[in-house]
Ligand binder design. Sequence first.
Ligand code: ATP
Length: 393
Amino acid sequence: MSRIRVEGLTKRFGKVTAVDRVSLDIGHGDFLVLLGPSGCGKSTLLRMIAGLIEPSEGRVLLDERDVTFAPPRERDMAMVFQSYALYPHLTVERNIGFPLRSRRRPRAEIREKVREVAELLDLAELLGRRPRALSGGQRQRVAVGRALVRDPGAFLMDEPLSNLDAKLRTATRGQLRALHQRLGATIVYVTHDQVEAMTMATRVALLNGGRLEQIGPPTEIYDEPASTFVAGFLGSPPMNLLPARVESHSGRVRVLAPGVEVPLWTAGDFPARDIVVGVRPEHLVGVALTSQAPMFRGQVTAVENLGSEEVAQCAVGDAVLMARGPRPIGLRPGEPVAFDTSANHVHLFDRASGHRLLWQPPDDTAARSTPPSPTSGIPVIPRSPVDVGAPTT
Ligand code: ATP
């Protein structure tokens, strides 16, 4: 399986910069998901890797070979699109075998290889059928089979599950994950569906307006979002983000906003600064209204039933706070409410840049490697998303 490196890749369409200086190192056996909202440049980036679009700047390297301007057929990558693009007049067997026939491989080899792939994808019983006699999920598997039969160096997939219904998507996600593990395949996979990213990826690259916002294992980008953009993109509902100030009085450091008072478990005196405080809906814990100093205090405005869970929407000062918990959540619209959370679930971001902030330990040399600690000295130093995600390594 191949290693793909992308260096400073940029694509401009007239005045639109679709992809802006993106660098990635996609290792052997990586399952990298390109995630982001509609129009953020995911498909353009994938198509540049595939050789379907020429970059305006930057390079694409395949196992150290510069393939930036090489045609797709010289890249040893197989692409699976959202539309399966199967040949309607050919059987499943001939659809899967097509890439080998067009390379004029011996007939016996084609038959053997197609059988092998069909077994792997649970299509052996369907080899004689035509695409119209298949379900959406089966067609999708045939499209994957056609990519697989070539033994490519890497698979490039552009929203391959988006035409499937919810149940089939879940089942096919599991199959793709199993396939990845079994083959150790290098996969670059485009989606705007965060559940697909979280469940399948070994690493997720989150794009925003053509730029790489953060790259890392799914749990890392969920637990340590590099910016308010990442925090507000992941999660359902996403992280609560409230404008606030961090202030110190007599060595006590607190995050303050109307209805918000979060102690920062640190000491020091410094000028107040504007920040955004973040806490995930599932990390809010209801506390008694008589509690001395709850971190968040407000009023419930609505409660939404999600089946096994409920989401309470609360007004906290001028902001809205979502709390998620098992049903019944025990909150009713119109009632006052108070929440706490734990220290490691409080996220701080610089108000102007949106970048994640970390507490700075007293020993500055340890600052880059030491997690926030209750005993640390001066709080809140800005870190850029590049520091957090290390996108180029
Ligand atoms: P989606 O999830 O909606 O498919 P995406 O993240 O894949 O979106 P791209 O299709 O890569 O986004 O598009 C990125 C930007 O580049 C968009 O603003 C889009 O309008 C623009 N764009 C893409 N292709 C072209 C083109 N051929 N000509 C002009 N602009 C384009």
